[in-house]
Design a protein around this ligand. Sequence first.
Ligand SMILES: [Fe+2]
Length: 301
Amino acid sequence: MGISQLGYIGFRVSDTDRWGTFLTEGLGMMDAGFVGGSHRYRNDALSWRVSVESGAEDDVSFLGFEVSGQAVFETLKRKLADDGIAVEEGTAELKRLRNVLDLFTCADPEGLRIEIFYGPGESDEAPFISPAGVCGFLTGEQGLGHVLLTATDMDATRAFYRDALDFRLSDMIILEIGQSQPLPLEFYHCNNRHHTVAFLPLKGPKRMQHFMLQVLDLDEVGYAQDRMDTVGAAISLSIGRHSNDKMISFYAQTPSGFDVEFGFGALDVDDSTWRVTTHSRTSLWGHKTPGSLSENWKPEI
Ligand SMILES: [Fe+2]
């Protein structure tokens, strides 16, 4: 038994003001205040889900994965240590800052900081209210959303995320791009969300290719796409439907250059009946680069 959900994401960005506008007025997240040097944002009952700190990286700086409670937390900590992965107990100050009961940290094979925790703080006394009027985000047991990370060593990546953290392969999209070798994208789940982490096996300019937030109504995808104009964010891929998780979504460029995916309607994974499949396209329809006749997504890396 391993990770139960993606709890939170941290970014280090060069323009925190633009990020604030993008997350609130653009994506509809709620400002949760400035705490310990980071701007925090929420999209559900938890006290925060996204942290934005000032820094030159313009990339993801940490991922927080939640486990169900102390027993799993201790078992996973021992398992990682037995696997030779360096783990470090969270300090009292860090636990207070993250607003969790307990936490340890480690790093993925390419150095991304990973925080494993349980017991996140809820803020039910101040209900989530979207400043952009978004009716609600699909979080709960499915967590914040998903991330697509670049990875140069897939053997090491599988050993960490699949074997150590117990993510399960959902499916693969194997892209044929020009004359080069096929590009296999791998999608992994830890709960009913089709994928919580996915990997693009390339050396990219950043670890984060995109992160995804899911809303409860299809119209919210269209409203959000329209709001990208007002916050000055370029659409990277128009509305389309993915081949594997069947999500209807669009992609927009964050102020740090990587993308956000904003979607609705992904199918759920049931481990008792799920079959691993492969796909040769990313999308059934749409997801076109604006101004392009391309009918399929091509990595811009
Ligand atoms: Fe995605």
